[in-house]
Design a protein around this ligand. Sequence first.
Ligand code: ZN
Length: 271
Amino acid sequence: MPELPEVETTLRGIKPHIIHQKITEVVVRHKQLRWPLPPRLKAKLQGSIVQNIARRGKYLLFGFDHGTLILHLGMSGRLHILPCTATAQKHDHLDICFENQKCLRLTDPRRFGAVLWTPEPPEHHALLCHIGPEPLTGAFNGDYLYEQAQNKKIAIKSYIMDSRIVAGVGNIYATEALFDAGIHPERSAGSLTRTNYQALAAAIQSVLKKAIKKGGTTLKDFTRPSGSPGYFSVELQVYGRDGEPCLRCASTLRLLRLAQRSTVFCPRCQK
Ligand code: ZN
């Protein structure tokens, strides 16, 4: 599943090709993703110019003069930049073609992705209006996490994966950040100290930045018809390594289920 770094990498991969470009054609091959595609999408987009492209959490926002196209990659969505003439394959559900003869193509085998339209400022949209601060901005830091956590009994891992608290921290990076900060994933959010939260905020930012940097090496893949643009393997310290030795202390890493998500941790390094 694409997490924040993959979505950020996708943004960086496609933006230079389509920013300030006029849309010449829209082809919808499958009207139903997670939700139905916006009605009359072609009429809405054709002739319009992409004024800006931004990310909010795991949503991509394509800004036009008259509204915003909101796109979520879901479980398996991918975007490519291809020539307008490229033949569509089975899971290619949406093409947006531009005056420069390039096509933004959405491929999504599992169809959990989303394409939505809003004429309002996108931050007012129901899916976006409750999202917390972006983890890589100044609004997100240890003091903020600490203050929001007061009297909260939920497990720290669930707390940092709550998009109302912070945008776009998914299972992989939450698991890695907790290891990095030496915090047990089941600790209650309200029991952590300000110092814990400072370490945790720094760890979240560090793992996300490392992954985004790694994603930079895949940017050329966006213009290749095959492959998985925006997907890349980061060196993970704990995620997916249960039963293997901790890279710090050599204790056996353990697996637990927390809010229906698998979590790997080191019983010695994480308290
Ligand atoms: Zn350890």
